[in-house]
Design a protein around this ligand. Structure first.
Ligand code: GLV
Length: 337
């Protein structure tokens, strides 16, 4: 019997690759840019396991083009790039990499909050451009972070870690989430409010919700109109939760004070994009989980998800456990692991 074949859609940290190589034949897309959809479909056609990234669209047609595929593992916590219903219908298990990136992502979100509040990129620009003449009583005045109100949209793992960081800065905490979390409210001293109330009361709003039909476009002209004119929006979740054109207008017209974005719609943004060139907007290139430690752990967990799925077991981080024992999972294996 053959060994299972695993396709990895980019170069990833070695930890996970080595784990996979011990039990599987592994091929990887050896380029800094993702394979196109058609290339991925062709490359993955004989694989049993697919280690994918958020830049890969994994839809029903791709799953049908890979008849042996039993498990897809996304090296990301978000999995909006994968058609989960299509995977479940085919008995393909899907894994992701929660927990191991929670704190790294919250660190980045809080770094963006501080950078926007205290205008750090603008300060760096002043020095680099040799425009630093003297100590200026009116130079680059920002906003107090301490004792300001932070509104967290989506109080999941990363949202809660953001709240923990904000507590250290004596911030007042609000959250909006379809699910109330009384134990977390008590532990973190955070109050549940309707979304509109959060918009009205917050000095900073940080998005930590997944991209779903319910959150797509959540921040548009109507939401910005309800925010404080000095409020700063931080997005480390998914770009399409914010309507790009409405955000550009709100930043230009001063409807809101600023934005700090790790994610955008589309991605990537080119250097001539309005969001990149507005002085009240900071954009970084989707690096929320980009620490050596977090990416190493993500690579390892993504590999463990694949190995479990190939063994016919539930991946340690599985987003569709109901696929177990159905469809392709229920077929005899033609590989040995
Ligand atoms: C990154 O955006 C992730 O979902 O892990």
């Amino acid at each position: 019997m053959r060994r299972p074949h695993v396709f990895i859609t980019r170069r990833i940290p070695e930890t996970g690759v080595r784990l996979l190589q011990a039990a599987c034949d592994v091929t990887a897309w050896d380029d800094d840019l993702p394979p196109s959809y058609d290339t991925l479909r062709a490359q993955a056609q004989d694989c049993d396991g697919l280690l994918a990234l958020l830049t890969d669209r994994i839809d029903a047609a791709l799953m049908d083009a890979c008849p042996r595929l039993r498990v897809v593992s996304n090296m990301a916590v978000g999995f909006d790039n994968i058609d989960i219903a299509a995977a479940t219908a085919r008995g393909i298990l899907v894994g992701n990499t929660p927990d191991v990136l929670t704190e790294a992502t919250a660190d980045l979100a809080f770094a963006l909050l501080l950078a926007a509040a205290r205008r750090i990129p603008e300060g760096v620009d002043v020095v680099r451009a040799d425009r630093w003449q003297t100590w200026g009583p009116l130079l680059l005045l920002g906003r107090d972070v301490h004792h300001a109100t932070l509104g967290i949209v989506g109080l999941g793992r990363i949202g809660q870690e953001m709240a923990r960081r904000a507590r250290g800065f004596s911030m007042r905490l609000l959250y909006a989430d379809p699910t109330r979390k009384p134990a977390v409210e008590a532990e973190l001293g955070i109050a549940h409010v309707p979304f509109e109330e959060l918009l009205r009361q917050s000095d900073f709003i940080s998005i930590h919700a997944p991209l779903t039909d319910g959150t797509r476009g959540l921040f548009g002209a109507q939401a910005f109109a309800q925010m404080k004119p000095a409020a700063i929006l931080i997005n480390t979740a998914r770009g399409p939760i914010v309507q790009t054109d409405a955000l550009i207008a709100a930043l230009r017209e001063g409807t809101i004070g600023g934005a700090a974005l790790d994610v955008t719609d589309p991605e990537p943004l080119r250097a001539d994009h309005p969001l990149v060139n507005l002085s009240n907007c900071i954009v970084v290139p989707h690096i929320g989980s980009a620490t050596m430690q977090a990416r190493g752990r993500m690579s390892e967990l993504a590999a463990r998800n694949i190995l479990a799925g190939l063994h016919g077991a539930l991946p340690p981080a599985c987003v569709n456990p109901s696929a177990a024992g159905t469809g392709r999972q229920a077929q005899p294996r033609d590989y040995e692991i």
